[in-house]
Write a protein that binds this ligand. Structure first.
Ligand SMILES: C[S@@+](CC[C@H](N)C(=O)[O-])C[C@H]1O[C@@H](n2cnc3c(N)ncnc32)[C@H](O)[C@@H]1O
Length: 347
């Protein structure tokens, strides 16, 4: 039995990927081995992106020796990386040469309309080292991410901006800011949400609250641009420092998921204290509305926990926390899933 299992242990996975048995036979370990090795595939992919393998392969393809030379890595490493990337479907063998698969050429070579390499850099340099302590986070419900150095912080903010830009555009299009005058964007990142909102609604002015280093980047980026007179970036810790007053629209985008329920109520109370009496609160986030998370959000609960003890939250839970913090839950305005806007007004 042990010999039999040992022989089958590293058998390739059966197709389709979801199957665990062959022709209704006994289960095989193949799928579990694939999952165990997932981090090796991810790290090989991150290394390939860091070395510029997909950019180097070029339209005519390349041999491992050429990839090694173009990326300044040993040929043996180029071959090892290429073997796994062929297995993953991102490189395609053409005799001795390797070519990019269409998705690798479009998203990982730096030549397509949408560049996913900043997301890879974040997952490699920030997320991966954080997930080393995943068991501790799952056991304690506390975040396990250490302080970020300058490069990691930049990788994080760039990746967030890449991931949230689509939702920001959806939100600016779908939500009517016509009745509002002044927007406060709390934890506004690189102004990914405020930029399309201010561009669409010329009568609005806005204040962005962010940790000082991020606020300084936003201030510098907007200083010379068309939004300079309408967008002020304030460096502050939104749990500890005084928050700007006089705003009738408060936006909290992709921030609630970062914190545990106690911290969320604390933040909601602080926002309730500064909103104008006729104001509104908009919580844009990935929300859990069904028994299973939306497929696009399936990594969210773990990632948000690792970062700082957060979760992929149920809308019902948030409605309760709003009530506890002096807000009246108005409703959930849908955006393309898994995103949505929870709207609240002062109770
Ligand atoms: C996931 S990002 C969302 C950024 C932006 N709202 C978006 O959706 O693109 C969360 C942001 O909250 C900021 N943040 C976290 N804790 C904060 C705090 N205590 N005070 C101010 N900003 C904070 C982070 O710096 C980060 O930019």
């Amino acid at each position: 039995m042990a010999d039999e299992l040992a022989q089958r242990m590293f058998a390739p996975p059966v197709e389709p990927a979801g199957e665990t048995t062959v022709d209704g036979g006994p289960p095989t370990p193949a799928r579990i081995i694939e999952l165990f090795a997932g981090f090796m595939v991810s790290k090989t992919l991150f290394a390939a992106i860091e070395f510029g393998v997909f950019a180097a392969v070029g339209p005519d393809g390349a041999t491992p020796a050429e990839i090694g030379e173009r990326c300044s890595i040993p040929e043996r490493s180029a071959r090892a990386i290429a073997d796994l990337m062929v297995d993953a479907g991102l490189l395609v063998r053409d005799g001795e040469r390797l070519r990019n698969a269409p998705d690798a050429e479009a998203f990982l070579a730096g030549r397509g309309p949408f560049d996913m390499r900043p997301l890879a850099r974040y997952w490699d340099t920030v997320s991966y080292p954080t997930w080393v302590n995943a068991a501790t986070a799952f056991r304690t419900r506390r975040g396990v991410r250490g302080d970020l150095d300058e490069g990691q912080a930049e990788a994080y903010e760039s990746a967030v901006a890449l991931v949230t830009a689509e939702t920001a555009a959806d939100f600016a299009r779908e939500y009517d800011f016509g009745p509002h005058r002044r927007v406060l964007d709390v934890g506004g990142g690189l102004a990914t949400f405020l930029k399309p909102i201010l561009e669409r609604y010329a009568h609005l002015t806005a204040t962005l609250v962010e940790l000082p280093d991020v606020a300084a980047v936003v201030a510098q980026q907007t200083a010379a641009g068309p939004l300079a007179a309408r967008l002020e970036a304030v460096g502050a810790d939104f749990f500890a420092d005084p928050l700007p007053t006089g705003h009738d629209a408060i936006l909290v985008a992709n921030v609630v998921h970062l914190f545990n329920p106690e911290r969320i109520v604390q933040l909601l109370r602080r926002l309730r204290d500064v909103v104008t009496p006729d104001g509104r609160l908009m919580l844009v986030d990935w929300w859990r509305t069904d028994a299973a998370p939306h497929p696009s959000a399936r990594f969210g609960a773990g990632e948000f926990l690792m970062i700082s003890g957060g979760d992929l939250y149920q809308v019902d839970d948030v409605a309760q926390w709003l009530g506890a913090a002096g807000w009246r839950f108005v409703g959930l305005q849908p955006l393309p899933p898994p995103s949505g806007v929870i709207v609240a007004e002062p109770a």
